[in-house]
Write a protein that binds this ligand. Structure first.
Ligand code: UDP
Length: 383
């Protein structure tokens, strides 16, 4: 008998499995897909180029415990992510910084003071933005909003920022200096051999049994004897969609269009965003060799198209944060809280877009709370 049952072998499930195995518990992981690592899964394609099946995953954290923890399972190389966006036939840095403003408006701002003044003259002040449009206008003003955010958001969410919660665009800051990094966290790195070997190492413990290609709901009735069960799948699926008349909680999914090119390099940056509808319906193009540092005469790109998520047909990626979805999620959460010895962990079970470090941290904190009697330390300063 397994004392601990874990549904899902992504970050949340693998972290709990590793921790419980280290306590001497017997752990069974049930994974629907044919591989470990959840959406972090990477592999070598037919041309021998390493790519990430579910899109690029950039690790960044300010949390020392998480950083120490992930370093136990892989060597990491420093990698500071940068993104360029195609605006008016130029490639400009996003998040908006001094260079972005200079390029888009043909200016020569040099100092923080000049950038702050420029922003103050263009921002549409709003102390309490009610939606994504008001939030973005308060940050970057009308022109940059129109050129960089409005239509990208429409492509990504099939909704204009005015129809979305302010939190969606708040993920993107504005810089008053020349810092063109996507993230500012202290630790920014990628695992040397990729994410899949990291998960293999986390789970290579004699106490851990992994059943791939197995849908938990086919086995549910046989799996009655356990000390604890951790469920990392979609929360509404667990309750058979009972509060939503059989409909899934709303997500956006991505259609990745893969191409391998007969040349060493395709584009000048790992990720190029395409906010303008004139450039096509896709949101961005990712070229993996920039991330992996792999030497290879060919190169693989994925062009990402945002699509609605359809149950059993596509993968759920981005929860759609609006009041109706939040209210529905709350009904399931209330139900989940009534269960004993069953825990809902991770992105899908919490209907929340987690950065990778948050997923590791939530599992580490839950384990510490349940088994070590510790409440979580909150050392995170910022995203
Ligand atoms: N966004 C945008 N233009 C961009 C990049 C992002 O309007 O060039 C908006 C868009 O609504 C997106 C949100 O900001 O969904 C968050 O972007 P982020 O890069 O964090 O999304 P992810 O990389 O996780 O898909």
């Amino acid at each position: 008998m397994s004392e601990i049952i874990i549904i899902g072998a992504g970050i949340s499930g693998a972290t709990l499995a590793e921790r419980y195995a280290s306590l001497g518990k017997k752990v069974l992981i049930i994974e629907k897909r044919d591989h470990l690592g959840g959406n972090c899964y990477d592999f070598y394609n037919a041309d021998g180029i390493r790519v990430s099946k579910y899109g690029a995953h950039l690790f960044h954290t300010n949390d020392e415990d998480v950083w120490q923890y992930v370093n136990r399972f892989s060597r990491w190389y420093p990698y500071e992510h940068r993104v360029l966006a195609k605006v008016d036939n130029q490639l400009v840095p996003i998040p908006v910084n001094i260079t972005t403003v200079n390029q888009v408006f043909g200016l020569h701002l040099q100092t923080q003071a000049e950038m702050k003044k420029w922003l103050a003259e263009h921002q549409i002040k709003n102390d309490d933005p009610q939606n994504g449009e008001e939030a973005a206008l308060a940050r970057v003003g009308k022109v940059l909003y129109e050129k960089m955010f409005k239509n990208y958001t429409k492509k990504q969410w099939d909704k204009y920022p005015a129809e979305l919660d302010a939190t969606v665009l708040n993920r993107i800051p504005v810089r008053t200096n020349f810092d063109d990094r996507y993230f500012t966290d202290q630790h920014q790195a990628l695992p040397e051999a990729g994410y899949t070997p990291l998960f293999e190492k986390m789970l290579a413990h004699p106490n851990i049994t992994i059943q791939l290609n197995t849908d938990y709901f086919d086995l549910k009735n046989k799996l009655k004897n356990f000390e604890k069960l951790f469920y990392t799948g979609p929360i509404d699926r667990f309750f058979e969609f009972k509060h939503s008349l059989g409909k899934q909680l709303e997500y956006r999914s991505i259609n990745f269009v893969w191409q391998t090119h007969n040349r060493e390099k395709y584009q000048e940056n790992s990720v190029i965003n395409y906010p303008s509808p004139k450039d096509g319906a896709f949101t961005r193009i990712v070229e993996y060799k920039h991330l992996t540092r792999q030497k290879h005469p060919k190169t693989t790109t994925s062009t990402e198209y945002s699509i609605p998520h359809l149950a059993d047909k596509t993968e759920p990626y981005y929860p759609v944060p609006n009041p109706a979805n939040q209210a529905l999620f709350k009904k399931y959460k209330k139900e989940a809280n009534k269960l004993t010895n069953i825990y809902f962990v991770g992105r899908l079970a919490n209907y929340k877009y987690f950065n990778m470090d948050e997923a590791f941290k939530n599992s580490l904190d839950l384990f510490a709370k349940l088994e070590l009697g510790k409440s979580p330390k909150n050392k995170r300063k910022k995203k």
